[in-house]
Design a protein around this ligand. Structure first.
Ligand SMILES: Nc1ncnc2c1ncn2[C@@H]1O[C@H](COP(=O)(O)OP(=O)(O)O)[C@@H](O)[C@H]1O
Ligand SMILES: CC(C)(COP(=O)(O)O)[C@@H](O)C(=O)NCCC(=O)O
Length: 496
């Protein structure tokens, strides 16, 4: 389905060397980044974003001449990283052109609905033995050293959890599981496959641990799901410019996050179920609420009611729906009139699916399109409203939404934004993350070396495609969400 896909292209930009000179004292990192400034690159790069696509090979197992910084574990180098792909592209990769250490990471987030996999591969033709490879200079303990630049990219792949075998086959076919050795063995000359450990988060890391051992011979090092979500979100919000954006009434706008003023915020991860996490800092958070009415509810109920075969099909149906045939509106109750005394217009939904009881209609008399839209609206609005109430509990003004339910879908985001805006009287703001569904997997990926943000923030981060978020296209389908001003008067008590 066109437009329901794609992750953005971001580039972590130049001045790497200059910044390297400033990282001796980690405490100064933030200052360095702020002073360096963040540059937005123009669309001119967008035409080139696929140029490197063929130039890679899949990650190979580390060899005995794997290049490590002496005495330390391989490190992830995000300088000049560019997340590849435009708004229409599915699961684009992140280029890591300056990756010098021969890392062989991959990590999984095995959720209730989807398995998310992040893995690294080196560029083809940039092997360690390639004498033509570029080098970078790095100040380490006061001395300059050169390292080969292998280059490579991060890949983002997802599978349905119910098709775990496809994921195992994928890992096997790419030999990803042979590339990762337990950290205790980094300096070992002959890494042993039996020591292979992979990082995984999500409930499936527990549920399927034995299967991974049996099928791939690897042990799963389980990382806590909430830890990973927060680590992934904090990294993206601090390190990637234009990661977050608002989406209201079809209008999308990137938000400039002040690194020094990020916390606290509410992270709402809309996966199968919904977790609401108050984030106070790196590794500092509390899961303050959740709801079992989430992405799994939309997909599960939607499938039962519409007989759709895929989530995207269900979402696509909603774009042609008219929920007024099934939702009970205020106007249906009030004879076409507004209930203006409490700030409700005639077009406000009084009761989702409310008309299904009064009409003498059976399920098959309703259009699947209308059912899908009504369901999507009901669940998205509910999540937005509950999120806001939790933000209110803790005085949080910013709410970031992640998870694959969002799917970069305009109507979903607009509905969530509307609920937050309406109930907060414009005091709180819903924001969305361009890497919505990969927060946990990214957090697990970063946990290999416990790469803190301080390590990552030494690089200047540059946006390559300002409009490259997962996006469904400009048009908002479905019924109008209503006029915010029309309804604002009833929520006087809801200030944060
Ligand atoms: N291709 C897909 N298959 C199933 N669900 C999908 C798909 N794309 C998006 N979704 C939505 O994403 C939700 C899962 O989101 P995700 O963040 O991966 O959570 P989990 O970790 O629980 O799997 C599903 O419940 C569904 O609403
Ligand atoms: C149990 C979960 C953390 C699992 O994460 P998921 O696979 O849904 O991403 C999540 O489904 C959840 O928070 N559910 C809501 C449970 C509740 O608070 O009522």
């Amino acid at each position: 389905m066109a437009g329901l896909t794609g992750h953005p292209v971001l580039e972590i930009g130049d001045k790497f060397e200059e910044l390297q000179n400033n990282i001796i004292n980690n405490n100064k990192n933030k200052e360095v980044i702020d002073k360096a400034g963040l540059v937005v690159k123009g669309e001119e790069n967008s035409n080139n974003n696929n140029n490197n696509q063929g130039g890679e090979r899949d990650m190979a197992p580390p060899t005995s001449n794997s290049l490590h910084r002496s005495g330390s574990r391989p490190q992830l180098d995000l300088s000049k990283a560019a997340i590849q792909g435009n708004s229409e592209e599915r699961d684009p990769t992140i280029l890591l052109p300056n990756q010098s250490d021969d890392i062989s990471h991959f990590a999984l987030d095995i959720g209730g609905s989807l398995i998310k996999l992040v893995y690294f591969s080196r560029h083809e033709g940039q092997s360690i033995d390639d004498k033509r490879k570029k080098t970078i200079k790095e100040i380490s303990n006061g001395s300059r050293r050169s390292y080969p630049i292998l280059g490579g990219r991060l890949h983002f792949v997802k599978f349905e959890t119910s098709k775990l075998n496809e994921c195992l086959d994928f890992i096997s076919s790419k030999q990803l599981h042979n590339g990762r050795i337990d950290s205790h063995y980094w300096n070992s000359e002959a890494p042993n496959k039996e020591n292979a450990v992979i990082k995984a988060t999500g409930g499936g890391a527990y549920k399927f641990a034995d299967l991974f051992k049996e099928r791939l011979g690897v042990s799963i090092d389980k990382e806590d799901e909430m830890d990973c979500l927060v680590a992934g979100a904090n990294f993206l919000l601090k390190a990637i410019r234009h990661e977050a954006f608002t989406h209201m009434e079809g209008h999308k706008e990137f938000v400039q996050i002040d690194h020094n003023d990020l916390f606290p915020y509410l992270l709402v991860n809309v996966g199968s179920g919904v977790s609401m996490i108050k984030v106070d800092g790196d590794g500092k958070f509390q899961r303050v609420s959740g709801t079992n009415v989430g992405g799994g509810t939309y997909w599960g109920l939607g499938r039962l009611l519409t007989k759709c075969n895929s989530f995207d099909e269900l979402l696509e149906l909603s774009q042609r729906g008219d929920n007024r045939t099934i939702d009970m509106l205020v106007g249906d109750i009030y004879g076409g009139m507004d209930y203006s005394k409490i700030g409700l217009s005639a077009s406000t939904i009084a009761s989702s699916f409310g008309k299904a009881i009064s009409d003498k209609k059976e399920l098959e008399d309703h259009r699947p399109e209308d059912i899908s839209l009504s369901l999507l609206r009901m669940i998205s609005y509910n999540i937005g409203q509950i999120s806001y109430l939790n933000a209110l509990r803790f005085g949080l003004k910013r709410i970031f939404f992640g998870g694959f339910f969002i799917r970069g879908h305009a109507y979903t985001m607009d509905t969530i934004s509307f609920a937050v805006h309406f109930w907060s009287q414009g005091q709180a703001q819903a924001m969305f993350l361009r890497h919505e569904g990969f927060l946990g997997a990214l957090g697990a990926f970063m946990s290999y070396e416990k790469l803190g943000l301080d390590d990552l923030m030494v690089h200047q981060l540059v946006e390559r495609f300002p409009m490259g978020a997962p996006y469904t296209g400009g048009k908002i389908h479905g019924p109008p969400l209503g006029n915010l001003n029309e309804k604002a008067s009833i929520v006087r008590l809801c200030h944060i």
